[in-house]
Design a protein around this ligand. Structure first.
Ligand code: HEC
Length: 238
């Protein structure tokens, strides 16, 4: 199972825990009639809140590790996702602090809880939601994307290697085929299929990956024709 699939499955449980925490509290505080099962609802809220917090920590740990290795190369979507995830953590921790220690601010807690849920939903959508969408619904769409034509320029392997180490090596290794977050690119153009999308392994589909990445990889729209030719010349040697 790939890193992103694992993280996305954990995220489904994270969202479910958030939904349970939300509705247990909404039922407890938002309904006017007397609730016989108030104790149960409170327990449910606490229990799901605990699962939510634990998953938030575990997933954040994986994300921060990935972010640390990929550096500034990550996609705009991933930056947006990461920043919102930090906001979730901050509001959530403040909410817990108020509930435990700063009870004068208790009146803000329901709004903070709703904010945590709303932000978590967006955080889920911008990573796991996007990942599932691309994984399960991208087939019909991929036939509509026109594959770019290979560069006419002749590529220089040395320049390609330098480009690779500045733009790609933070995520991809070249000495193995297995995935470590991102797939290893050894033998990338000697195999039949590309590792993530399963498209045929050709110059055209790699160019497509650089312009319109299949799933979570950032796009590289600013590479010139010459740079693309250099990169591909280098990838052929792997
Ligand atoms: C921020 C990390 C990151 C960077 C930087 C990055 N990639 Fe990727 N790349 C990925 C991930 C993750 C995947 C797997 C895609 C997926 O699962 O959606 C991938 C997949 C690929 C694939 C396989 C695509 C397929 O269709 O299966 C190729 C080829 C590739 N990258 C080449 C490159 C090249 C060349 C560069 C540099 C110009 C680069 N990558 C930069 C993360 C990155």
């Amino acid at each position: 199972m790939s890193f992103f699939m694992f993280k996305s499955i954990l995220a489904v449980f994270f969202l479910l825990a958030g939904i349970i925490a939300l509705f247990s509290m909404l039922t407890l505080m938002g309904k006017t009639e007397r609730k016989a099962d108030a104790k149960l609802l409170r327990r449910l809220h606490k229990g799901s809140g605990f699962v939510f917090a634990a998953l938030l920590l575990v997933i954040s740990y994986f994300c921060v590790k990935y972010w640390a290795s990929a550096g500034d190369q990550i996609s705009t979507r991933a930056v947006f996702h990461g920043v919102l995830a930090f906001a979730v953590i901050i509001v959530f921790v403040l909410k817990l602090l108020i509930v435990r220690f700063y009870k004068q601010f208790l009146k803000f807690v329901p709004v903070m809880g709703l904010t945590v849920f709303a932000l978590s939903f967006i955080v889920f959508k911008t990573s796991a939601g996007y990942f599932f969408l691309r994984t399960f619904c991208a087939h019909s769409e991929s036939s509509e994307i026109s594959t770019p034509s290979p560069p006419v320029l002749k590529g220089k392997i040395d320049n390609g290697a330098a480009l690779f180490s500045s733009k790609c090596a933070s995520c991809h290794s070249t000495d193995r085929e297995e995935s470590q977050g991102a797939p290893g690119l050894k033998n990338i153009l000697k195999k039949e299929k590309l590792p993530a999308s399963q498209r045929p392994a050709t110059v055209e589909t790699i160019l497509l990956q650089l312009k319109k990445p299949f799933r979570v990889m950032p796009a590289f729209p600013s590479l010139s024709e010459q740079e693309l030719a250099d990169l591909l010349a280098y990838l052929k040697t792997l």
